[in-house]
Design a protein around this ligand. Structure first.
Ligand code: G6P
Length: 525
């Protein structure tokens, strides 16, 4: 048999499509053995059972003692109690109504004018979903422009504030934080508040909170009498919150058909809930991750959507997979150091950047191509007789897939008919379920993130000590070295040097540079 015909046979064997929702998955270019289905049979069954229990309201996040309910957000009938169902429905309705009232001018800016822009303040799961949605499925001319404060970088915020300029008078700010205590978001909120105040605009009449009831942010919003508050629940993880108020309000303000977005995810859920493994796209994905990385994340996932609108999808999946699967311990407490590294951008752009290494370099990855069947909404345009830009995009995708396969580089291809609210919902739903299944295959809790706390704690300590360093700087004389500052404070000299250097770079200390860090001398200003 020729290579070509064996590829064709394998393609037919491992190509699964769901025609009614315009989706297909092709795993034929993955190098798995068919025995995988049998060797993993017990884990696969357990994954289905775990997922069933999770969707039924089990405490699927044991370390935090929480239910995991993101599947209920797009099908509230699944919610384990009538109260939860009512809360989900009411919150969705309230966010959509709020956006409709903003669009209709029933909710107005403090100056009596319609809101023209939205500013989202949030980070991680409280920003990535809204950013993905904004990039992928908002209309070309959305009813409101949108910006993000998704970091505590003052320069980044200054640039956005400058772009908004006087339009801050008709800008609606959404402060989004599940915990309501994330410092970057707190800072962003205070910076936004200052930007409004600088232009004499009443911030409280322009700001909405999306946060857990009773959180620090919630209390602040109540105390200041903010325009509106929408709840986040402890049974929705930040990285799976795009279909809660976190995502729905921003999407609705942007003119996205939110119900279609949810419907797409619900449809993918329905397709991947009960199907046999060989037809179950979410389980097939999980099994491919398992086979490629030997169940240990030995291969990175390179996400290559050939569609500009999906450029943020790899970033979105980076959090979804790496926060969910990147775990030190398994569910039995054994040290496993699990995870799957995710990166990517878009094709064909990346062919002119790193695809060289993918084809010829270290073989430590598998690619996930995302193919979008429909080229464009507008009339066709031929770049040369008989060929459109869209033909080229397709050609480059197929060509790269072939070129990788020739060198034994694995790839999966997902195809959707077009990028719209429904299909983006499908893709998000697909990967969420694949993550859940894979977590069972490798026996980790996909729904907590204990490792994130260590950096936050160290940063808190650092900032506290920086205050002590500032207070300890000598007011006169030749200044003090990092060792001299650190000694009496009982802190690390390297930290003290970085703190004092940062203060000096920002006008809060004076630096007399020596020949080495140990000889640098710092003074109060
Ligand atoms: O929504 P928030 O509570 O502000 O959290 C924002 C993000 O930061 C945390 O550190 C977590 O690692 C993320 O999962 C979360 O999405």
């Amino acid at each position: 048999m020729s290579t070509t015909s064996s590829h064709w046979d394998r393609f037919q064997k491992f190509f699964v499509r769901y025609p009614q929702i315009g989706f297909s998955i092709d795993i034929s270019r993955m190098a798995f053995e068919e025995g995988l289905f049998d060797s993993q049979a017990a884990s696969i069954e357990k994954a289905y059972a775990d997922m069933k229990a999770l969707e039924g309201g089990a405490i699927a996040n044991p370390d935090e003692g929480r239910m995991v309910g993101h599947y209920w957000l797009r099908n509230s009938d699944l919610a384990p109690t009538a109260e939860l169902k009512a809360e989900i429905d009411a919150t969705l309705e309230a966010t959509l109504q709020f956006a409709a009232d903003v669009h209709a001018g029933k909710i107005l800016a403090a100056n009596g004018k319609k809101f023209t822009r939205a500013l989202i303040v949030g980070i991680g799961g409280s920003a990535l979903g809204p950013q993905l949605v904004a990039q992928a499925i908002t209309p070309a001319t959305p009813p409101m422009a949108i910006d993000f404060f998704d970091n505590t970088d003052p320069d980044g915020m200054d640039r956005i504030a400058a772009q908004i300029g006087a339009e801050i008078a008709t800008t609606l700010t959404l402060v989004i934080s599940k915990s309501g205590g994330t410092k970057e978001t707190r800072n962003g909120m205070l910076e936004a508040q200052a930007a409004y105040q600088a232009q004499g605009v009443d911030f409280t009449k322009h700001v909405v909170a999306v946060t857990g009831v009773g959180s620090e942010l919630d209390k602040y919003a109540i105390a200041q009498g903010w325009l509106a508050r929408f709840p986040m629940w402890d049974w929705v993880g930040g990285r799976t919150s795009v279909m809660s108020a976190v995502g729905t309000i921003a999407a609705a303000l942007q003119g996205v058909d939110v119900r279609q977005f949810l419907a797409g995810a619900a449809a993918m859920d329905a397709e991947t809930r009960n199907r046999p493994t060989r037809e179950n796209a979410a389980m097939l994905l999980a099994l491919m991750w398992y086979s490629a990385g030997k169940g240990k994340g030995a291969k990175d996932m390179v996400v290559l959507p050939y569609k500009d609108r999906l450029v943020l999808f790899s970033k979105y999946l980076q959090q979804l997979l790496m926060e969910s699967l990147g775990k030190e311990h398994d569910l039995d407490g054994k040290v496993v150091n699990q995870g799957i590294a995710v990166y990517g951008n878009k094709g064909s752009t990346d062919q002119h950047a790193y695809v060289q290494q993918l084809r010829d370099g270290v073989n430590n990855f598998f690619a996930v191509f995302i193919q979008v069947s429909k080229s464009r909404d507008t009339a066709g345009f031929e770049v040369e007789p008989g060929y459109t830009s869209g033909d080229y995009l397709q050609g480059f995708l197929r060509g790269t897939r072939t070129a990788l396969a020739e060198k034994g580089r694995e790839s999966i291809t997902l195809t959707i008919s077009e990028v719209n609210a429904f299909s983006l919902g499908m893709l998000v739903g697909l990967f969420e379920r694949a993550v859940g299944f894979y977590a069972t295959l490798i026996n980790v809790n996909a729904y907590h993130q204990p490792g994130v706390e260590a950096g936050k704690k160290a940063a808190t300590d650092f900032l506290k000590q920086m205050g002590q360093v500032l207070a300890a700087l000598p007011a006169a004389g030749a200044g003090a070295t990092a060792d001299e500052i650190a000694g009496p404070l009982g802190i690390d000299a390297e930290d003290a040097w970085h703190m004092a250097s940062h203060l000096a770079a920002n006008g809060k200390a004076k630096l007399a540079e020596g020949g080495s860090p140990a000889e640098d001398r710092f003074l109060a200003v």
